[in-house]
Design a protein around this ligand. Sequence first.
Ligand code: ATP
Ligand code: MG
Length: 443
Amino acid sequence: MRLTRYFLPVLKETPAEAQIVSHRLMLRAGMIKQAAAGIYSWLPLGLKVLRRIEQIVHEEQQRAGHIPVLMPTLQPAELWRESGRYDAYGPEMLRIRDRHERDMLYGPTNEEMITDIFRAHVGSYKQLPLTLYHIQWKFRDEVRPRFGVMRGREFLMKDGYNFDLTKADALHAYNRHMVSYLRTYERMGLTAIPMRAASGPIGGDDTHEFLVLAETGESEVFYDSAIVDLKLGDRAVDYGDRAQLEAIKAEWTTPYARTDETHDPALFEAIPEARRKVGRGIEVGQIFYFGTKYSEPMGAVVVDEAGARVPVEMGSHGIGVSRLVGAIIEASHDEKGIVWPEGVTPFHVGVVNLRQGDAAADAACESLYAQLVAAGLEPLYDDRDERAGAKFATMDLIGLPWRVTVGPRGLASGVVELTCRRTGVSEELTPDAAVARLKAIYG
Ligand code: ATP
Ligand code: MG
């Protein structure tokens, strides 16, 4: 993409309404525009990051054997009356009436709708196990929408639902979600810690929240610092291997890690003092096992091996896709702007032409651009007729992990400069070597 052909409405001033750094940077970098309280348009740069995050979520869910569907945002109230949640949910639910006076709602979550799909099409244990998920906009009329996309009213969520014959199978599905979520967050450059959670309006006993440590997080968290060092890395995970998943779950749930809602001071005090940490965290996901809470009232039953009709065992599992954009920025920025982890960056590399209009510099940039594209990378070429300082400031603000700087002086000796956004370290190398290096980085 050429910057002169792009739509990147960066702001010079720091918007006064934004209280936290991710919100300020998303507005300044032209990623979002508020439409109404807690409701945002995603501008091109923001949308690219959102899509990258979605893509990682899709890949990791499908790797775990979970199947994508897409349910609508608007739901009929009848389904929620069946589960008893239409009245229980309260003012966070946006209720709508259509022209035929039918009660509808903008879905805050989809347990009822997925259970309805299940009962219409599945009747035998032979069709299990089954996990369906979608990535769809939700609406929750939050009392205090704030912090930009972190606590919106309309927000994008991945929500997945497992259907199993037995509790043991459903707990295996729970573990698949735990491990696939760990991988998902790791690929986004995040450390997200599973913490034992108290169940909310969805209900259930077995539940963990995933929290990203950040001072601006809304939850107070208490944890053993040993948990922060755990990494899945590139270890081979076999999602069918129950023992392996159980072992990974144990690895992550044995060290103490809880939010204020479930905190147990006595257990916390038992951790060696040097490892006892108190901080704040952003909830970026939550997994629940809730058994037959919805299948029983809604009649989602299967015939088991003995011919008996049994309500199906379920769980639901959510990732805050749009909140993650803010959470990643909270975890990865500096005084100049955003520092995107390579896994979610909107463009792989920025190309800065120090002397736009100089024949040699323009030609070198064009050739570099073409080579980067041919290597399967997405460059953002700042081809504006601007001072070098302004170009660097824009690149630093929007946070691309790598920048190639091209100018007449370097070209005279056959080199360009490759700069790492995170460390600020630059090195001179030939354009070919720069392309090869970037290709290797993004592998
Ligand atoms: P919170 O406690 O932050 O209100 P929740 O526990 O009500 O969230 P869940 O039902 O667990 O939310 O939804 C799954 C995920 O969706 C959350 O972990 C969070 O990342 C995201 N999410 C929930 N509410 C919002 C919101 N208002 N804006 C953006 N993301 C949200
Ligand atoms: Mg939650």
